[in-house]
Write a protein that binds this ligand. Structure first.
Ligand SMILES: [Zn+2]
Length: 391
């Protein structure tokens, strides 16, 4: 047994507690949270700061870790995608080394579980070591509906390869501008049948809506550059979200990633038609690529669940969920730390379907324990806190 007292404990599923002790089994399972007066003082380990459950990084691309510091910042998404596509062919040893370093960084930064996008099987061997919990989203790209079946076959093959490694995985459409309604329907049928979540990059820039509303703008240019045929595409006259969300299965937990340009109307409309949405913010990547952030204080008024991701090292300087929520609070100081911590733990775990084990200090869970220095009952601002991993 380990009995840990701190200035404040954030169990997440209940209000923060002072003068309490987190009691853990030897294997890190939460046994209880008890008032400090009920325990023998000599048996208590005292740490300074706040205790919070392990962080869930709801959106990452481990396989892009070797692209750290390779791209210029603030280019806008279409230009960024064009650069990433040109940089994919790198010797596997370099990719492997970068993924292992990235994983170590996440562990140091108190991350216990990751929703990770994979376009290939490069990351599977790292994930099979189970140093972290991974849910792999096997990402499919096929804008032409005639290519949807082929994309599904590749996806199913990668899924069975993932199962061979003992990895948790499901299929996910890449982004609104790179999939068809047919492909979204097939992917959702697969996720529903397997009881697994899905994910999609959503509303990252105005170019995305411009393309759906009138088939113009930078995406049209990108497709020309990449030689992608878009003759089949009829603009819908609606936003990208409104055009595609109806093809998702309402029973399937769905991460909408980025939402940089989402409006209050988008959020309310989407919540009305889909009860299992998780709005995932990756603020550091948004600043890196688009140099803007979603209107998070507005969106949190309209949506039920928010999660936090780091995106990849191609568009971020590090992989730290704490840095992401510090960035949010720096920009929007009115956002309470307890909300930010809930997004970074409980809701990320719920999105990945692992809230029976991660995300809160509830009895029987094994969520990992982080210490945030400098956080007390009277000083909860995250600005200067430093994380260390206790369990
Ligand atoms: Zn991403």
């Amino acid at each position: 047994m380990r009995k840990i007292a701190a200035d404040i404990i954030f169990p997440i599923h209940t209000q923060p507690l002072t003068n309490h002790v987190l009691v853990l089994e030897d294997d890190g399972t939460v046994a209880d949270i008890l008032p400090i007066t009920e325990l023998d003082n000599a048996s208590i380990e005292k740490v300074s700061g706040a205790l919070v459950p392990g962080f869930v990084n709801a959106h990452c691309h481990l396989e892009l870790s070797h692209l750290k510091s390779k791209f210029p910042e603030k280019t806008g998404l279409p230009q960024f995608l064009s650069l990433v596509t040109q940089q994919r062919n790198v010797p596997i040893e370099i990719i492997n080394e970068a993924m292992e370093m990235a994983e170590k960084e996440m562990i140091t930064n108190g991350i216990v579980a990751v929703g990770d996008i994979s376009n290939n099987s490069n990351s599977f061997y790292v994930k099979a070591k189970r140093n972290l919990y991974y849910h792999t989203f096997i990402e499919l790209i096929a804008f032409d509906p005639a290519r949807a079946n082929g994309a599904m076959q590749n996806g199913e093959q990668l899924l069975s390869e993932a199962r061979g490694y003992g990895i948790h995985a499901s299929l996910a459409p890449h982004a609104t501008y790179s999939v068809s309604p047919d492909l979204i329907k097939s992917i959702n049928a697969s996720c529903y049948a397997n009881g697994k979540p899905t994910s999609i990059h959503m509303l990252e820039s105005n170019d995305e809506n411009e393309f759906y509303i009138q088939a113009s703008g930078l995406y049209r240019k990108l497709y020309r550059e990449l030689g992608v045929d878009i003759k089949h595409f009829n603009p819908t006259g609606k936003t990208a979200l409104e055009s595609l969300l109806p093809y998702f299965n309402k029973e399937v937990p769905t991460l909408l990633v980025h939402n940089t340009i989402a409006t209050s109307w988008d959020a309310e409309w989407a919540e009305d038609i889909h009860p299992n949405l998780f709005w995932c913010f990756c603020p550091k990547a948004n600043l890196f690529i688009e140099d803007r952030l979603p209107d998070i204080p507005m969106l949190m008024q309209h949506v039920q669940y928010i999660a936090v991701g780091t995106d990849s090292l191609a568009s971020n300087h590090g992989l730290s969920v704490l840095t992401e929520i510090q960035t949010i609070q720096h920009q929007f100081p009115e956002l309470p730390t307890s909300d930010l911590l809930r997004w970074a733990t409980q809701y990320g775990a719920k999105a990945l379907g692992i809230n029976n084990q991660y995300g809160t200090f509830e009895k029987g869970k094994k969520p990992g324990v982080n210490v945030l220095t400098g956080i007390t009952s009277t000083q909860t601002n995250l600005a200067d806190t430093v994380i260390s991993r206790l369990v």
